[in-house]
Ligand binder design. Structure first.
Ligand SMILES: NC(=O)c1ccc[n+]([C@@H]2O[C@H](COP(=O)([O-])OP(=O)(O)OC[C@H]3O[C@@H](n4cnc5c(N)ncnc54)[C@H](O)[C@@H]3O)[C@@H](O)[C@H]2O)c1
Length: 496
């Protein structure tokens, strides 16, 4: 089934909001470039109230905005100047949009909280993640540990200003795709008379209790499955890294340990698994890089083999979709990323390995004028229920992205919509404290985002990780699959 597009049913109440206080955008890279024009369409902000900072000189690129009153300064935020710079460009009630890649989330969130400033980012980061590269344990290097630090920092805050972390495309929109997919499955189960307790299922849908609903539906695994087929007219050169979004960001997360939201149905840990010493323990981390951990997954309409690169949704979705009873997690799905990037990035990652993970000297983020064809297909693949698999998400071709946001690419358009929707929600809900994407209403976000996301697809597939599996080496013990429960993590792991 292809779900009818919600894209034309935009709720006009949410189309535009006003904001009169100061706005600071940190970082003017691929995502910010794409975000700014869309943001200005949906959020009415006086141009002169907006300041953009980047440590690279982006004055030329920003001329069409600075001519209208937007301010740009070439400055780098560091641990030493964070306080001073934020105080210069922000005021009480203002808004900080962090689209850089190396600002410590706890430090900036603390400042924004103390000064009553709304804050959002698309990725939870630290000042220098490479510092701990050779000495930190998988736990110390993990996003999970960063989430624990944020939780500790904010646990005593009362009536705090809203701050949303991890609200891009994935993490970000993917949480809303997962909720929509879950509702679509549940509604179909009710309609087809296969729900054991239809009244209860309908109540859970109405109450939007996604943890209990996911248990009721029988979801065991959720992949954030992504296939990027955008292809450039300029092939990647030697000593060049080509990508469709932050290359620094991808290297940082790709070389970090793989992290997996660990479901209660899983029978055995994979090799090199580490369980965190503290917190809800809803994740495991592997003592191996995400870019070297591959799994089978599915997007419409093909099997893919993607990387288990760590991402916020592997924490957020499985944390918010856990059912606790007397302090024990009795239900939780396995959640992780399965990322098959564009061809140029796959080759770039291979070269990065050959260089012992030292970054290439030239970096190139693809823009629409050099992309010949392709699409970014990004969605939540919910598995283990009566329909086997159900994929819900965005299939955005470069042609459509070009019409919606000229000069960008399909990937950054998806991320930009995560940013714009979070900003709009924050402005309307300024005192909600610490929010993950899962804490925002999916209807609100999707109503605004979908007109920009190309084809919105939501439907089942009979795919399983064992469906197309061909065993080439029976002698490899990794081929001992679990045929009683096909949704075990070990069945997804790619082995030859
Ligand atoms: N959640 C998602 O779906 C998603 C997707 C893509 C990117 N991201 C994240 O969004 C952020 C931006 O991504 P991008 O693709 O635009 O990256 P980019 O590298 O194209 O742009 C980042 C910009 O920030 C600037 N910058 C970095 N640190 C700075 C600092 N301390 N002070 C001032 N400027 C600084 C850089 O010079 C660069 O121009 C990254 O954190 C990335 O990981 C999230």
């Amino acid at each position: 089934m292809k779900k009818k597009s919600r894209s034309k049913e935009v709720n006009s109440r949410h189309l535009a909001v006003e904001f009169q206080k100061k706005v600071l955008i940190i970082g003017y890279g691929a995502v910010a470039r794409c975000t700014l024009p869309i943001l200005l369409k949906h959020v009415k902000i006086p141009y002169e109230n907006i300041t953009i900072l980047d440590f690279e000189d982006k004055a030329g690129e920003l001329r069409s905005f600075t001519e209208k009153g937007v301010h740009f300064f070439c400055r780098k935020i560091t641990p030493e100047n964070l306080e001073q710079i934020l105080s210069e460009y922000l005021e009480q009630g203002g808004l900080c949009i962090d689209l850089a890649w190396n600002i410590d989330c706890c430090a900036i969130v603390q400042w924004c909280h103390d000064h009553d400033v709304l804050y959002m980012n698309t990725s939870v980061e630290v000042w220098d993640s490479y510092e701990e590269r050779f000495v930190g344990t998988p736990y110390e290097k993990s996003l999970y540990a960063r989430q624990m630090r944020l939780k500790e920092l904010t646990s005593s805050w009362q009536d705090a200003t809203t701050f949303i972390v991890d609200h891009g495309a994935n993490p970000g929109l993917i949480s809303h795709f997962a909720k929509q997919g879950l509702i679509d499955i549940a509604e179909r189960m009710v309609a087809e008379g296969i729900a054991t307790d239809p009244a209860r299922m309908q109540r859970l849908i109405r109450e939007q209790d996604f943890a209990l609903l996911a248990r009721e539906v029988g979801v065991k695994v959720i992949h954030c499955s992504e296939r990027d087929t955008q292809i450039s007219c300029r092939p990647k050169e030697v000593d060049e890294f080509v990508g469709t979004w932050s290359i620094e960001g991808l290297r940082e997360e790709g070389t970090a340990p793989a992290e997996i939201g660990w479901g209660t149905h899983e029978k055995e840990f994979p090799l090199l698994a580490h369980v965190p010493p503290t917190g809800p323990k809803n994740q495991i981390m592997l003592a191996q890089m995400g870019m070297n951990t591959w799994v089978r997954s599915w997007v419409p309409h093909q099997e893919i083999v993607g990387m288990v690169i760590r991402h916020g949704e592997a924490f957020g979705i499985c944390d918010r979709w856990t059912v606790w009873e007397n302090g024990v997690a009795v239900y939780r799905p396995t959640v992780h990323y399965a990322y098959m990037p564009c061809d140029g990035t796959i080759v770039s990652l291979h070269e990065l390995k050959c260089r012992n993970y030292e970054m290439q000297s030239r970096l190139r983020i693809l823009r629409d004028d050099e992309i010949l064809s392709g699409a970014d297909t990004l969605g939540a693949l919910l598995m283990g229920h009566p329909y086997h698999c159900w994929w819900t998400g965005s299939i955005l071709s470069i042609g459509e992205a070009h019409l919606l946001a000229p000069g960008q690419n399909a990937t950054t358009v998806q991320v930009a919509l995560g940013v714009v929707t979070a900003v709009m929600w924050m402005i309307l809900n300024p005192r909600r404290g610490f929010c993950l994407p899962d804490d925002l209403p999916h209807d609100f976000v999707l109503d605004i985002a979908l007109p920009y996301l190309g084809e919105f697809y939501s439907g089942p597939s009979d795919w399983t990780p064992l469906k197309n599996r061909t065993v080439y080496f029976q002698e490899n013990p990794a081929n001992n699959y679990d045929t009683e429960d096909v949704w075990q993590f070990k069945n997804f792991l790619f082995v030859n």
